[in-house]
Design a protein around this ligand. Structure first.
Ligand SMILES: NC(=O)c1ccc[n+]([C@@H]2O[C@H](COP(=O)([O-])OP(=O)(O)OC[C@H]3O[C@@H](n4cnc5c(N)ncnc54)[C@H](OP(=O)(O)O)[C@@H]3O)[C@@H](O)[C@H]2O)c1
Length: 322
């Protein structure tokens, strides 16, 4: 036993070092020096984590940035911090709760009334590991926040993006976890399948949405991308409890990458030159990668689109036609 213990600890230490190197070694940095003066960006869930850091990056480049957040106090604090750090006064907040279609519609209405252009929409807000909770509209909470509401928001903002006439981009922050979703079916999207499986589903839907969206926007100046940001130290695990929380905190502290590393692919998809030809594709670590198996089936993507149109109750005039 005495001889066994040091060997065991040595094994754990070596294992941890390998995993750490594996997770952090290949980070590719987006080298784009694009100036965003005159451009407008909306980032959902921008008061913390990846959304906040993305907003900070856009603000440094001179963009007008609208932080779309649900908590007024957290939104205000984030906005003030960004203005102080960047000296860019064109940063503002708008309140939206993605667990309510009413709130999404009110947010989009206000935005289209106050803005005359939208160049970058980053659909970033998300929750993971939520219980079997229903949204205000009676849908699975994770599905509504991560997928349905962003599907709706994108539809409601397309006209504003078209209006500016310049090329604009939609960036959907997905997750590699979508690749674990092996038993995807369209029958009951709102079925709670366990906190991990439901999260997988919501992110796979986001990838499939991106594919179909790109197809429907082919004749426009608007392109769309989905991406995995990496395993990043943020508050995304906040819903976990007890031992699971402690375990996750340990894993995150030991192995996850910094938020600055995490936004690289978001920045890449938002502004890198010459990626328009890859509209609809999935990105990881600042490069195009093969999409997850189900998202490659265009027929399923198109069926999902139609089902989601009904779920979010899209009006005929709001639909993006092929
Ligand atoms: N971190 C990772 O390792 C990782 C990996 C793969 C994918 N992602 C994805 O990256 C995105 C950003 O996550 P993060 O890691 O930055 O997590 P985070 O720090 O927890 O940030 C999530 C953001 O979403 C907002 N949000 C949650 N529910 C909302 C709602 N109902 N209405 C409006 N906003 C809401 C949060 O607002 P509050 O602060 O008010 O709660 C927060 O601003 C998510 O889509 C996540 O799935 C993250």
């Amino acid at each position: 036993m005495i001889l066994f213990l040091p060997g065991f600890f040595l094994f754990i230490v070596i294992f941890c070092i390998f995993v750490r190197i594996y997770l952090s070694w290949p980070t590719r940095w987006c080298r784009s020096e694009k100036c965003l003066i005159g451009k407008t960006a909306v980032i959902t869930g921008a008061n913390t984590g990846l959304g906040y850091e993305t907003a900070l990056d856009f603000a440094k480049r001179g963009a007008k940035v609208i932080l779309a957040c649900r908590n007024p106090q957290r939104a205000k604090e984030a906005c003030q911090k960004i203005i102080e750090e960047t000296d860019n006064p064109n940063i503002s907040t708008k309140i939206v709760d993605f667990s309510s279609f009413y709130s999404v519609r009110a947010f989009a209405r206000e935005l289209t009334q106050t803005e005359d252009r939208l160049d970058i929409l980053v659909n970033n807000a998300g929750i993971a590991f939520a219980d079997d909770t229903k949204s205000l509209d009676g849908h699975d909470l994770t599905m509504q926040v991560n997928y349905y509401s962003h599907f709706l928001l994108t539809h409601l903002l397309i006209e504003l993006m078209r209006k500016s006439g310049d090329p604009s981009r939609i960036v959907n922050v997905s997750s590699i976890i979508a690749s674990h979703c092996l038993r995807f079916h369209l029958d009951n999207l709102d079925e709670f399948r366990g906190y991990m499986k439901t999260y997988e589903h919501s992110k796979l839907c986001l990838n499939m949405f991106t594919k179909e969206l790109a197809k429907r926007l082919e004749t426009t100046n608007i392109t769309a991308y989905s991406l995995h940001p990496g395993a990043i130290k943020t508050e995304i695990m906040r819903q976990t409890k007890g031992m699971v929380k402690t375990l996750f905190q340990l894993i995150v502290a030991l192995f996850y990458k910094s938020v600055k590393e995490g936004i690289q692919t978001i920045i890449y998809c938002s502004m890198e030159k010459n990626i328009e030809q890859f509209s609809g594709c999935h990105f990881d670590n600042c490069r195009k990668v093969a999409d997850y198996w189900k998202a490659r089936n265009l027929e399923v993507c198109s069926k999902l689109w139609k089902i989601t149109e009904d779920i979010v109750n899209l009006q005929e005039t709001e639909k993006i036609r092929l």
